[in-house]
Design a protein around this ligand. Structure first.
Ligand SMILES: NC(=O)c1ccc[n+]([C@@H]2O[C@H](COP(=O)([O-])OP(=O)(O)OC[C@H]3O[C@@H](n4cnc5c(N)ncnc54)[C@H](O)[C@@H]3O)[C@@H](O)[C@H]2O)c1
Length: 338
């Protein structure tokens, strides 16, 4: 069924998706594990050599997903928890990944999800504050620009907020950028990494193509089309799925990739740097205190927030469009937990 190379990649201890520095191993929880993202994400985390134990929680279906995933022949233990077992699911957990919540349907923006997902994320964050206050939290649930401030505000109220421990997962924008750019220049995606800064929705997604050797010469209509595709790539999936949801498989891949990067940083590997949406000083003077930029991941989570670096005139314009929208999204999240 698989090409031999694909089987080798899945079996290899350090495939392109997962590399392992092998020093440590970790208990990871997935909240929303029964969903379109949660299921493949749980499977991919089961294949990550740095994950020793997987705790799968959802308001429906997690024990079934756990029974299924637990048969995969990797060393980690897997346990599933039913709707009334959230606290149990969080016991002893080092990292919590949150893909719980409703996805978009055609015609919806990520902000349209706010009313439903804001309270889901707040309630999960309260449970984390109570049971696993030192856990590192990776937020996938949209709108990320608002759900991350909601988690921060909830933890702050509980007196346990550590900015080094909270991440909005923007990796799918990074994955899409590398993939789309590779198609244009005819290179491997591994040769066309792109730093994506800002936030995670439409105009707040700012790819820094000028900083890449393969992307800096793309100009004119080709540039505008590529930027648009990176910013609105999610819509392609929502439209093609025709009412059945948004990106799940590519998001699971991106979520597993970011989790692996975080675990490598926690294990002491040096130089693990990737874009992610964190509490950031970069635009704090403009009242924007969460921002995605390259972040070095270390033994305590956020090790160093990198500045965005030199950018082109076009990127200045993209940033100008990003900042007011991002500010609005962040304020909406903060107001919800005020
Ligand atoms: N960050 C990103 O790049 C990105 C990309 C794609 C989708 N998303 C977002 O991820 C979220 C999930 O998408 P999906 O396609 O998996 O949706 P889905 O509807 O398939 O799955 C969501 C799961 O969350 C569960 N859930 C709901 N409330 C819960 C609660 N209180 N506790 C635990 N679980 C709960 C549901 O039972 C369901 O199994 C959406 O908000 C979507 O917009 C983010």
């Amino acid at each position: 069924m698989f090409a031999r190379s694909a089987v080798r990649a899945l079996a290899a201890p350090s495939s392109r998706l997962f590399s392992s520095s092998a020093a440590r191993s970790y208990k990871v929880a997935v909240l929303g594990a029964g969903g379109g993202i949660g299921q493949p994400l749980s499977l991919l985390l089961k294949s990550d050599p740095l994950v020793t134990s997987l705790s799968l929680y959802d308001i429906r279906g997690a024990p079934g997903v756990a029974a299924d995933v637990s048969h995969v022949d990797t060393a980690s233990e897997v346990k599933g928890y039913a709707a009334d077992q959230l606290d149990k699911a969080l016991e002893g957990v080092k990292v919590v990944v949150i893909p719980a919540g409703v996805p978009r349907k055609p015609g919806m923006s990520r902000d349209d999800l706010f009313n439903t997902n804001a309270s889901i994320v707040r309630d999960l964050a309260s449970a984390i504050a109570r049971v696993a206050p030192a856990a590192l939290i990776l937020v996938i649930s949209n709108p990320v620009n608002s759900t991350v401030p909601i988690v921060a505000g909830t933890l702050e109220k509980a007196g346990v907020f550590d900015p080094a421990h909270l991440f909005g997962v923007t990796t799918l924008d990074v994955v899409r950028s590398a993939r789309f750019l590779s198609g244009i220049v005819g290179a491997q995606p591994s040769e066309t990494p792109v730093t994506v800064v800002g936030g995670h929705s439409g105009p707040t997604i700012v790819p820094l193509l000028s900083q890449t050797s393969q992307g800096k010469n793309i100009t004119g209509e080709e540039y505008s089309a590529l930027v648009h595709r990176i910013q609105f790539g999610g819509d392609e999936v929502v439209k093609a799925k025709d009412g059945a949801g948004s990106a799940t498989l590519s998001m699971a891949y991106a979520g597993a990739k970011f989790t692996n990067a975080l675990l490598r940083g926690l294990s002491g590997e040096k130089g693990v740097i990737t874009p992610t949406f964190v509490k950031s000083p970069l635009f704090a003077d403009k009242g924007i205190d969460f921002f995605a930029s390259n972040v070095e991941l270390g033994t305590n989570g956020v090790e160093k927030i990198h500045p965005i670096g030199p950018i082109s005139a076009e990127e200045e314009k993209l940033l100008e469009a990003c900042l007011p929208e991002l500010k609005k999204n962040i304020e909406k999240g903060k107001a919800f937990v005020a």
